[in-house]
Design a protein around this ligand. Structure first.
Ligand SMILES: [Zn+2]
Length: 120
């Protein structure tokens, strides 16, 4: 990996961290922005992507977000659907917890597999 010099906010002079955009027009495009958003400093690291990659990355982003929601629901991240999973496993005790963990692992594994297949 090549050395890349730091980028500094033109308003406050602080080092601007690099982020990844997941907006509709720039999915996967890296940029620098000041931690103080009110400074309005933004500098792109990558060139704009092709329309094909923009649509592909947008679709993958939506798929990942959908799968993350499914995992959150299964793992009980405060989602209303999580209560349903907990109800189903209630009374099963340790076995229920391990089944739930295994389901989360399977969902995460399948998510990675789907994303890997689409990217390759
Ligand atoms: Zn700043």
């Amino acid at each position: 990996m090549d050395y890349e010099p730091a980028v500094f906010c033109s308003r406050c002079g602080r080092k601007a961290p690099r982020w990844i955009s997941w907006s509709v027009p720039n999915p996967g495009r890296r940029y620098y922005a000041c931690v103080e958003s009110k400074h309005g400093f933004l500098q792109w690291h990558d060139e704009p992507t092709s329309p094909f990659l923009r649509v592909l990355l947008g679709d993958l982003r939506d798929r990942v977000w959908s799968l993350e929601d499914s995992v959150a629901a299964l793992c009980g991240d405060g989602d209303p659907a999580a209560g349903e999973v907990q109800e189903r496993t209630a009374g099963v005790g340790v076995v229920g917890d391990s089944v739930r963990l295994m389901m989360c692992g399977i969902v995460i594994f399948v998510s990675g597999l789907v994303v890997g297949m689409i990217i390759s």
